[in-house]
Design a protein around this ligand. Structure first.
Ligand SMILES: Cc1cc2nc3c(=O)[nH]c(=O)nc-3n(C[C@H](O)[C@H](O)[C@H](O)COP(=O)(O)OP(=O)(O)OC[C@H]3O[C@@H](n4cnc5c(N)ncnc54)[C@H](O)[C@@H]3O)c2cc1C
Length: 557
């Protein structure tokens, strides 16, 4: 049947699926996990956008141009201006779509690192990624329940291969719950997320370029790092696209976050929680195994990670004094409950666990306090929230480690979310959105830009795929005899209206016949290969109108 297939049920996939439905299309969502949501439900920061209604209500001066500049700067030498333009100039519409259509509270607007204005939107609750994605999932599930003809969701089913016909992507092969393979047909939107947990034999992580500037040469083998990503992040979309000639870009650009939270009881666990940057923001100190500081704790993610690799003195601890912990009490309780943070009643107790002397800890704190007081820190830190540190205080402490966090790398797309092949041409019928797509963030993603990427490019992909569906399955001349194609077209030679029906879909065939007869009072006769031929039409404009009307009724019925 005519449908758009969305592979992946995170925020990008859900944004795409809802857009297809808004445009009157049919949608099939496939996800390999038992539940939709992906990494999108893990995001705790928020979603960026410029010149929104929410910003204006708070008196925040901002513009898409300023946002575009910040994003381009962060993307550096890998910036693709047309993608950055789309991301930033469609940002306000994306956030307003979420708040208006899905009744989401995105009225709190905060400042993130590396930007000119507060533009990170979230609500009062603490998990914006979860709240936003879950709302879209709920709506899609309810649509699937109410209108199963228009919207289907299949979980525990893994897409494994793209199906092509004459160079176009016309469907996908899926391994279902029962382990059996089957095909679904229609243009495909890949929304499978990144490859931050791809520890397989043919891992894409292993292929990231070892000499890139982003990876200092002294980095440990990336495959040995833990990850903040869910186990679904194995780069399936990249592998499927690449297998049919899709181009992969910026494969060396994988973001490593410095503060993955090590489980106290399971120090070798691969999938870790991420410490919110706010722990460093409220004044947490980073100490190495000897009890020494080694970096300005408020530096960017890649800088702090680089210093950890350079000094190479793990385990590293993130230490909050009572003042810092008090500012972020909810998170501290949460992390303690999860077994990734420990409370200490004194510096002596902490020093014992660190296997350093209390005197050493005291010296480190005093050096820090002196630098803070004179605003002359040895690591050039400029802000000193929660200083001074006192060894007789109480502490909240986590062991932290660099962690694979986000893939800027991915399938090459253009501003219409169309996937490009290795010679730069568009692969018809194939789209990508969200973390699976590469190039949107260039060399470095700004915090809050990924959820935005999911919504903006998810919507763009939904639009493009629906347009492709209508154009290709209703266009003059698209009379390919491939049996799985569904469409209506005019045979240029004998001016017959031709409808292609998928083989074996008896219901669709009957519907097509009856609609054709009812709507156009046309003569209907069976033709070979499940084709149904209609009457002669001598006016191409009329034929064109009939095509659109027929297609619309087939899509929406
Ligand atoms: C801990 C954490 C915190 C973050 N915080 C923020 C933040 O505050 N702000 C921000 O902007 N970004 C944040 N990010 C990044 C952001 O959450 C993700 O990049 C984004 O949500 C990815 O969305 P997606 O829809 O592309 O993929 P995902 O949400 O990961 O969804 C992909 C889906 O595809 C499915 N799938 C994969 N392969 C297949 C297959 N072969 N067949 C069928 N289904 C498949 C998966 O099961 C999954 O459901 C954070 C990321 C993490 C890990």
């Amino acid at each position: 049947m005519s449908q758009v297939i969305v592979v992946g049920g995170g925020l990008a996939g859900n944004s795409a699926a809802h857009t297809v439905l808004e445009r009157g299309g049919r949608v099939l969502m496939v996800d390999k996990m038992p539940f939709l949501g992906g990494n999108s439900v893990k995001a705790t920061g928020g979603i960026n956008a410029a010149h929104t209604r929410q910003q204006r209500a708070l008196g925040i001066q901002d513009s898409p141009e300023s946002f575009e500049q910040d994003t381009a700067k962060s993307a550096g030498d890998r910036c693709r201006p047309e993608l950055v333009h789309t991301l930033t100039h469609k940002s306000a519409a994306a956030v307003e779509w979420l708040s208006d259509k899905y009744d989401l509270d995105l009225n709190t607007v905060g400042l993130m690192a590396g930007v000119a204005a507060p533009r990170c939107h979230r609500g009062k609750e603490r998990f914006p990624g979860f709240t936003i994605t879950y709302r879209l999932i709920e709506r899609l599930e309810s649509m699937a329940e109410k209108e199963p003809d228009r919207c289907r969701i299949i979980t525990k089913s893994r897409a494994v291969k793209l199906v092509q016909d004459e160079g176009k992507v016309v469907g996908i092969t899926i391994v279902g719950k029962d382990g059996k393979e089957f095909n679904e047909y229609g243009p495909v939107i890949l929304a499978t997320g990144g490859f931050g947990a791809d520890f397989s034999a043919n891992s894409l992580l292993a292929q990231s370029h070892p000499d890139s500037a982003f990876w200092p040469r002294q980095r440990p083998d990336i495959l040995s790092l833990p990850t903040s990503n869910g186990e679904h992040c194995t780069g399936d979309g990249l592998k499927m696209a690449s297998a049919i000639g899709g181009n992969l870009v910026d494969m060396d650009k994988v973001q490593v976050h410095p503060t993955g939270l090590v489980f106290i009881d399971k120090p070798n666990e691969k999938h870790l929680f991420l410490a919110t940057e706010a722990l460093r923001g409220v004044g947490g100190l980073l100490l190495d195994k000897n009890g020494d500081r080694f970096v300005d704790e408020l530096q960017k993610r890649d800088f702090v990670t680089g210093k950890m690799w350079e000094t190479n003195k793990p385990p590293y601890r993130l230490i909050l004094n009572s003042q810092a912990a008090g500012k972020i009490a909810w998170h501290c309780e949460h992390y303690c409950g999860r077994g990734v943070m420990k409370k200490y009643d004194s510096g002596a107790e902490l020093a014992k666990d660190m296997k350093v002397s209390e005197k050493k800890l005291k010296e480190t704190f005093e050096r820090y306090n002196k630098g803070a007081e004179a605003n002359n820190d040895e690591f050039k830190k400029r802000f000193f929230p929660s200083a001074p540190f006192n060894v007789h205080d109480k502490f909240h402490v986590s062991i932290v480690t660099p962690i694979v966090h986000y893939c800027m790398a991915g399938v090459e797309v253009n501003a219409n979310a169309e996937v490009k092949d290795r010679s730069g041409k568009v692969i018809p019928g194939l789209y990508a959105a969200g973390e699976v797509a590469g190039g949107v963030h260039g060399a470095n993603r700004l915090g809050g830009n990924s959820l935005l990427d999911c919504v903006v490019f998810g919507r763009v992909a939904g639009d493009s795929a629906t347009r492709f569906l209508l154009e290709n399955y209703t266009k003059f001349g698209s009379t390919s005899s491939v049996s799985h194609k569904f469409g209506i077209s005019v045979d240029q030679d004998d001016q017959n209206l031709i409808i292609n029906i998928p083989l074996g879909v008896a219901e669709a065939k009957a519907k097509a016949k009856s609609l054709l007869a009812k709507t156009f009072n046309a003569f209907v006769a069976p033709r070979p290969h499940s084709r149904v031929a209609g009457t002669s039409i001598n006016n191409l404009a009329t034929a064109n109108m009939m095509q659109s009307m027929f297609m619309t009724s087939m899509l929406t019925n």
